[in-house]
Design a protein around this ligand. Structure first.
Ligand code: X90
Length: 282
C-alpha cells in the first residue's frame, strides 16, 4: 500500500526535502505566477530570484492562479492513501480544485482514500502538517486512515501563523487583504505584523518601528495566541535568511519552543510575501 502526501507549492517544501523517505511518497502541485506576459510555474526548478527581478521590472498587473483539479488528480493517482494539504480556501481556489481532483480520482478508483485538508494558512503551518502526517503514517501499523485524519484535524486547530512583510502590495492588489491604513508606514520604518484568523483570512495585528521591535512584537503575538511551550516553529523567508536567523534567536530567547526551522520561500509565497517577508508557522 502506498501512502501519499500531496501539498500545493505554497508549503515551500521541495521534493528534495523528502528524499530518502521510503515510507511516504511526496508530491507538490504547483500554483502559477503571471508577471506581465511571463508565466512562472512554482515547481522545484523555479528560480525565485529571477522571478523577483521580473516582478520589480514589471509595471503591468501581476497575479497568481491555482492548480487545476486535473493536476491534483494526477498527484492523487500516485498513491492508495492520500493526505493533501492546501493553502487557505479563503485566499485561493486551490482547496476547491483539490476537492474536485479528489472526486475525479474516486470516480475511477473508489477503493482509494483521499483526504483534502484546508490548512487555513500556508507556508510553515503546512510544513508542520506535512511533518505531523509523516510521523503519524510512520507510526501507523493498522492502516487507520480515518484515525490519522482525525489527529491531523486536531493538530491543524492548534497551529498559528504570524507574519511581517516589507511590502503588502501584491496581497492588497490581488484582493487577498484590505488596504492598509497609512501607506507611508513603510517609509517611516514601521513594520506591519499580521496573523491568520482561525477561518484562514489575514488580520493586521500590530505595528512596530524598526527590526528589533518587530521581532519582539512577533514573539508577543505568538505567546498571546497560544502556549508556545514545546511548540515546533517554522520561519519561511523571502530572500531574507539573515533576518530569519535574527527572528529565530528572538523566538528562542522569549519562548520555550522545541525547535525553529528556517525555510526559503518558493514562488507563490515569494510573490505575495515579496522581498524580505517573514512568515512564522507554529
Ligand atoms: O489562488 C491563488 O492564485 C493563490 C492566492 C494566494 C494568496 C495569498 C498568499 C499569501 C502568502 C503571506 C503569508 C500569509 C499567511 C496568512 C494565512 C491566512 C504569503
Amino acid at each position: 500500500m502506498i501512502w501519499n502526501i500531496v501539498s500545493d507549492s505554497s508549503c515551500d517544501l521541495r521534493k528534495t526535502a523528502f528524499e530518502g523517505n521510503d515510507t511516504v511518497h511526496f508530491e507538490t502541485v504547483p500554483l502559477r505566477i503571471q508577471v506581465g506576459d511571463r508565466e512562472f510555474m512554482d515547481d522545484d526548478q523555479l528560480d525565485v530570484p529571477e522571478m523577483l527581478v521580473a516582478m520589480s521590472a514589471e509595471k503591468a498587473a501581476s497575479s497568481t492562479a491555482c492548480p487545476s483539479p486535473a493536476a491534483f488528480a494526477n498527484a492523487f493517482d500516485k498513491g492508495d492513501y492520500t493526505i493533501c494539504f492546501t493553502i487557505s480556501g479563503k485566499l485561493s481556489g486551490t482547496y476547491n480544485a483539490a476537492v474536485l481532483g479528489r472526486e475525479m480520482v474516486l470516480e475511477e478508483h473508489p477503493e482509494k482514500k483521499i483526504f483534502v485538508m484546508d490548512s487555513k494558512s500556508t507556508a510553515g503551518a503546512m510544513i508542520l502538517l506535512i511533518r505531523k502526517a509523516t510521523e503519524l503514517i510512520r507510526e501507523d501499523t493498522a492502516g487507520d486512515f480515518e484515525g490519522i485524519c482525525d489527529k491531523l484535524r486536531e493538530y491543524q486547530a492548534t497551529l498559528r501563523t504570524v507574519f511581517t512583510l516589507e511590502n503588502f502590495d501584491n496581497l492588497i492588489k490581488n484582493g487577498r487583504m484590505r488596504p492598509l491604513v497609512g501607506t507611508l508606514l513603510h517609509a517611516l520604518g514601521i513594520h506591519v505584523v499580521a496573523d491568520a484568523t482561525p477561518q484562514g483570512t489575514i488580520h493586521v495585528a500590530d505595528k512596530a518601528r524598526g527590526e528589533a521591535k518587530t521581532y519582539k512584537a512577533i514573539t508577543k503575538l505568538m505567546s498571546e495566541s497560544k502556549d508556545c511551550t514545546g511548540a515546533e516553529v517554522v520561519i519561511n523567508h523571502c530572500e531574507n535568511a539573515a533576518s530569519a536567523q535574527k527572528l529565530k534567536e528572538q523566538i528562542m530567547k522569549d519562548l520555550e519552543v522545541k525547535r525553529v526551522d528556517i525555510v526559503p520561500c518558493r514562488g507563490l509565497t515569494s510573490f505575495y510575501a515579496m522581498e524580505k517577508g517573514l512568515i512564522v508557522g507554529f
